[in-house]
Structure formats: C-alpha cells, structure tokens
Design a protein around this ligand. Structure first.
Ligand code: SAM
Length: 244
C-alpha cells in the first residue's frame, strides 16, 4: 500500500496553506533555478509526475505545450488542480506514479517537482520514464537532497540554548524509508544516494545535462527570517537529463 499523505485532511489543509500552494511557482524558493533548467515547451507533449496542484502543468500549457498529463496519487490534490484549470489540454490522472505504463514515445518532456523522494524505487521510475519518452526527450526533476534526507528526522542539532549547531548527516549509504516530520506530521520519505540518482539515469539511457543545488535568492535571504541557515546545507537537488 503506497503512502497517500496528501489525501489526509489535516495534512492537506496544512499543505494548502504553504506559500508555494497559495502563490504557486512564485512562492517556491527553488523555482527560478528550476525554471532556467526547463526545456522549451512549444509543441511538446508533457508528463508531470506527482503534479500536486498542477502549477507546473499549467506553466507548461501556458508556454506552448500541446498536451500535458499530470499524475498524482492524491484525489484531493488533483481536485484542487482541476478547479484552477482554464485550458482543456491538461489531463489529470489519479494513480501512483509507480504504476505508470504509457506506450513508448508518448511524451517529449517529463518533469517532476519534489515528488520522487516519496517513491521507494527510483530506478524503476527512471525505466518507465525512459520507456515513455521519445528519443532526445527531456527529463527534469527536483527532489529533496540526499544530504537533507539521510538522517531522517530532518531537523538541525541544537545547543542547550536552542541555537543551531549543525545539520546531521548520518546513515548516508543506508538507502530506504525515513520517518520525517513535515508540516508537524510524520511522513515517510525515501533516502537514496546521489550515486543512485545519477546512476539510475545513466543506466536507463539518459545523459546528464545539468545538476543544481538551489540556494535562496538574495531577496529571500534578506526578507525571510532564518533563511540564511538554508546556506548551511543543501535542501534540494535538481537534475536535467536527456534521453539519448
Ligand atoms: C511536495 S508535493 C509536490 C507537488 C507539485 N509537484 C509541486 O511541486 O507543487 C508532492 C506530491 O507528490 C504526490 N505523490 C506522493 N507520492 C506519490 C506517488 N507514489 N505517486 C504519485 N504521486 C505521489 C503527492 O500526492 C503530492 O501531490
């Protein structure tokens, strides 16, 4: 049974209140980095895995995609996504991304934002993505960084007076589930090494185009309390790859 945390009432409510849910892409700290890494969508068939409220689907549609398919396990996330739709070229499918089985070369671009750390088997996802992408197709995704997921609890180590000492990285090579606390609730996330991310891409016929570890913008650093601590360790990893 796959975790479907975003369909739980309280988690969905808290997720809906996050900046990135209310403001969309503009509210996502990594968006400017991710946007730079996205390919040209004109005339392209796009698949978004773990599409949530569909912000990236709408972006692709607004930037010339001819069709966009958003896949997500959560009915609630997709219902909200559909309620914001102004175009009929976006099609949402409620299913676990692990079960996708699209015909060969169904898509030109596959994107995914912050969803793959919820799946146990990234190499399998890579295989399916490679199968449904046409030759030369783009695969661009963000995940929580292995440095961020390794220890599991996803919190700093504090000194006796509550000051941040350091970010714990432990059990790095022990891949698998971690009980993280996110939005005040226990959530299962899957830790895997950088080697696994890059190796799975290479093993499934992808070449790496770019790798980024986004940092907060100057504006965020100057306006959001505590944001400077985000410069102490990476939180996200973004990879752009192309099917050979
Ligand atoms: C952090 S949200 C990101 C949503 C969206 N991609 C964004 O960046 O705004 C993670 C999303 O992944 C979805 N998800 C988690 N596990 C999934 C799975 N196994 N298959 C499909 N979707 C999944 C969740 O329901 C949620 O909508």
């Amino acid at each position: 049974m796959k975790q479907n945390k975003y369909d739980e009432d309280s988690f969905f409510r808290k997720c809906s209140q996050m900046d990135r849910s209310v403001k969309g892409l503009a509210g996502a700290g990594e968006w400017k980095t991710l946007e730079r890494m996205l390919p040209d969508f004109h005339g392209k068939r796009v698949l978004d895995l773990g599409c949530g409220f569909g912000w990236h689907c709408r972006y692709a549609a607004e930037h010339g995609a001819t069709s966009v398919t958003g896949v997500d396990i959560s009915e609630k996330m997709l219902a909200r996504a559909a309620s914001m739709e102004k175009t009929d070229i976006i099609n949402y499918i409620c299913m676990p991304m692990e079960d996708i089985d699209f015909p060969p070369s169904s898509f030109d671009i596959v994107i995914s934002s912050l969803a793959f750390h919820y799946t146990r088997d990234f190499p399998r996802i890579c295989r399916e993505v490679s199968h449904c992408l046409g030759s030369g197709g783009a695969f661009v995704f963000s995940v929580e960084h292995p440095v961020f997921t390794a220890q599991g609890r996803q919190d700093w180590h504090y000194d006796g007076s509550g000051g941040i000492m350091h970010w714990p990285v432990d059990g790095y090579f022990a891949e698998g589930p971690r009980k993280a606390v996110f939005l005040g609730e226990e959530v299962t996330k899957y830790h895997r090494t950088l080697t696994t991310y890059l190796g799975a891409l290479a093993a499934n016929g992808f070449e790496i185009i770019a790798v980024e570890e986004p940092q907060p913008s100057g504006e965020l650093l100057n306006t959001v309390p505590g944001m400077r601590d985000e410069l102490r360790r990476p939180m996200m990893l973004i990879i752009s790859a192309r099917k050979k």
